[in-house]
Write a protein that binds this ligand. Structure first.
Ligand SMILES: Cc1ncc(C[n+]2csc(CCOP(=O)(O)OP(=O)(O)O)c2C)c(N)n1
Ligand SMILES: [Mg+2]
Length: 322
């Protein structure tokens, strides 16, 4: 299957929207306008979009604490997301979840997750459900390099393989878990880990949307066709600190700047499609302007929107009949 012109526009639009979203949240957090804790996905856009471009309403994803990009890529409403991050009543989760707990089950977005390694077990459940009900759906867990070391992740690899689930584990390796380098903290290779559980496993350059899209296509087709789980190791870079407010002194001073100048996923996408004559610069410029305006509008509306009320404290609360 090839990417049509519409697919290319859609891919670039989603990646640009994520970048604008994250840059705006960075600015608003720095200005003291956002409560709670925020982790930004800027720099990693090609991973979420490269995978989610292949998904539809049958499919589910589970995310991490760095979840905004996965949400947008899976089709969550960016306005309701922004409201959620600002803690407003009309947020995607009523303003009660915030950045780290955004979810929209109607879109197959099972949630950002404050528990590192929390996503892989969830997608085993979603994939088992899809397999049992024969929906043709697949389930994908995005996991960090830090999350890849959690026992929950290994247990999920095992379960996914022994049950032959339509599950895909995407290890987004941005080189660090908080301040700890993955070159120091991850034993062996991610690919060998996947193969150790009998899964097809590959590494891909997360700056290259087209490379990600291609390995995603193979893994998702295999899962849909009954071929079981796969692992994909995506090498990428996060542009901001681990959390907003982190000065990232554990990185080389020019580490991010060098990557941005030579490997930025949006820049490489633009180069690739314009040089191949697939899209012209003007169409991409128009998307840049639209995304910027859209996010500015989301921020302005989120700032002006009401907070949840006292009454809202007692809704969305699980109670036990026992
Ligand atoms: C079970 C658990 N242990 C520890 C933490 C604290 N913590 C939050 S983010 C993080 C690092 C995660 O690194 P990685 O998985 O590489 O994701 P990244 O932040 O790089 O996207 C840690 C240790 C947590 N939230 N949950
Ligand atoms: Mg990491």
């Amino acid at each position: 299957m090839q990417l049509s012109r519409d697919d290319l526009l859609q891919a670039y639009r989603r990646m640009r929207l994520i970048r604008e979203f994250e840059d705006a949240v960075h600015d608003e957090f720095s200005a003291g306008n956002i409560p709670g804790f925020v982790h930004l996905y800027a720099g990693e856009e090609a991973s979420a979009v490269g995978f989610c471009m292949h998904l539809d309403e049958r499919d589910a994803i589970a995310s991490t604490h760095r979840g905004h990009g996965h949400c947008i890529a899976k089709g969550c409403d960016e306005r309701a997301m922004m409201f959620e991050i600002f803690g407003k009543k009309d947020g995607l989760c009523g303003g009660k979840g915030g950045s780290m707990h955004i979810a929209d089950l109607s879109k197959g977005m099972m949630g950002a997750n404050g528990i590192v390694g929390g996503g892989p077990p969830l997608i085993c459940g979603a994939a088992l459900s899809a397999k049992t009900l024969k929906t043709g759906g697949v389930a994908i867990a995005f996991v960090g390099d830090g999350g890849s070391n959690q026992g929950t992740t290994f247990e999920s690899y095992n379960l996914a393989k022994v049950w032959n689930l339509p599950a895909i584990f995407v290890i987004e390796d941005n080189g660090y878990a908080e301040t700890t380098s993955s070159s120091w903290s991850v034993a062996g290779s991610q690919v060998d880990r996947g193969k150790g559980f009998g899964m097809p496993a590959v590494q891909v350059d997360g700056s290259d949307f087209f490379a990600v899209w291609e390995v995603a296509r193979e893994a998702i087709e295999r899962a849909r066709g009954g071929g079981g789980p796969s692992l994909v190791h995506v090498k990428c870079m996060r542009y901001y600190g681990h959390f907003e407010g982190d000065a990232a002194t554990y990185k080389a001073p020019d580490e991010v700047a060098r990557y941005k100048a030579t490997k930025d996923p949006l820049m490489l996408f633009r180069q690739r499609v314009t040089e191949a004559g697939l899209l012209d610069g003007q169409a991409l410029d128009a998307i840049d302007r639209e995304a910027k305006a859209r996010i500015e509008q989301c921020v302005a509306e989120a700032k002006a929107a009401p907070l949840p009320t006292e009454k809202d404290l007692l809704t969305d609360v699980y109670t036990s009949p026992y």
